[in-house]
Design a protein around this ligand. Structure first.
Ligand code: AQP
Length: 327
């Protein structure tokens, strides 16, 4: 049986990297697998860096809302907030007792984030909690962007180690990616688009605000004048065309850029058509949901109830296997 789990952090506005890298796959797999596709707003992960309580509450709600506006139907899948299912922290603790410190210290995300913030112990244990998120549901498939591959590898090791020591309980899950959006670049052209880097284009961001960011976004630096040919394959805007534009437009700008047939501003204006076509319907659905917030709250409540049933069953098995008392 195929079962999918994935999480999204409520650490900032949901951006097009999250949308193309993860949420689109959530929707697709949700249609295929129904209640065997489980999606979680991972608020316990979000507090591994300093946070504001009110903002966290709002962002958790917003993250659920954006997923729903983007096409995730909570009556078909399981959508919930992590802190509503306490078993995540219980299994996370158990995994932290079985995982060598060195495995956690070598995680790239830990190294990156611990250089930006004061290092909290929870940040180091992020991957053991993530392994718990996935294995609590015995999920074997995890739709994520490329940045999470190392954590999924560690999850596989944690499952393998647990199974060898205490008996076969967990699958070894595999990451699946949207191959067109492995690592969507930030609008500053400086690596991955990421909430914490502030280089995002938000799924709910006003179209004019997106245009203001794209208008000044870097392009091929070799194109000094309009008549200079460019290399679309090193251009951020071409990367975005591959996400937002149809095939004919992608081919047209590829040829246009390399022959100087189209200028960078016109290329960006063409991109905006695809941006509007993709984001405006999501933004309209989001507006409707903001005016009926109980739909989102009820969905999270029901999702947590469904998730808890699976999580509690797994924890019974884990406690038995470990020799802990079962209530
Ligand atoms: N740029 C991206 N391209 C492709 N996929 C991405 N994902 C995130 N950024 C990209 C995928 O989206 C899912 C949710 O990830 P997240 O909540 O960890 O998002 P984030 O924007 O990466 O969050 P932060 O707070 O900014 O974390 P850092 O700074 O660690 O990146 C995941 O499946 C992720 O792979």
């Amino acid at each position: 049986m195929k079962r999918v789990f994935s999480g999204i952090q409520p650490t900032g506005e949901i951006h097009i990297g999250n949308y193309f890298g993860a949420i689109l796959n959530y929707v697709k797999l949700g249609e295929e697998l129904g209640k065997n596709s489980i999606y979680c707003i991972v608020d316990y992960h979000a507090i591994t860096i300093p946070h504001e309580p009110e903002l966290l509450r709002k962002r958790t709600f917003d993250a659920a809302l954006v997923n729903m506006a983007a096409g995730l139907d909570p009556s078909k899948v399981i959508l919930f907030a992590q802190s509503d299912v306490r078993e995540h922290t219980e299994l996370g603790w158990i995994f932290s007792t079985q995982t060598p410190l060195g495995d956690l210290e070598r995680m790239t995300q830990f190294k990156d984030k611990s250089s930006q913030h004061s290092v909290l112990a929870g940040l180091l244990m992020y991957p053991t909690l993530m392994a718990a998120d996935i294995l609590l549901y015995k999920a074997n498939t995890v739709p994520v962007g490329e940045d999470q591959v190392q954590h999924i590898e560690l999850t596989r090791e944690i499952a393998r180690r647990f199974n060898n020591r205490f008996g076969e309980l967990f699958p070894e899950p595999l990451a699946v990616h949207n191959k067109d959006a492995l690592r969507v670049p930030g609008v500053d052209g400086q690596g991955k688009m990421s909430k914490s880097k502030g280089n995002t284009l938000g799924v709910l961001e006003e179209i004019d605000s997106i245009w203001q960011k794209l208008r000044v976004a870097p392009t091929d630096p070799a194109r000094v004048r309009r008549t200079d040919p460019g290399n679309p394959h090193i251009c951020l805007i071409f990367d975005y065309h591959k996400l937002f534009s149809d095939l004919d437009t992608i081919q047209m700008v590829e040829v246009g850029c390399s022959t100087a047939g189209i200028g960078c501003i016109d290329c960006k204006k063409t991109l905006m058509k695809g941006v509007e076509r993709t984001l405006v319907p999501i933004q309209q659905r989001a507006q409707e949901l903001y005016s009926t917030p109980d739909i989102v709250k009820d969905a999270l409540h029901e999702g947590a109830r469904e998730a808890r049933q699976i999580a509690q069953q797994t924890m019974q098995e884990v406690r038995d296997a470990l020799g802990l008392l079962n209530p």
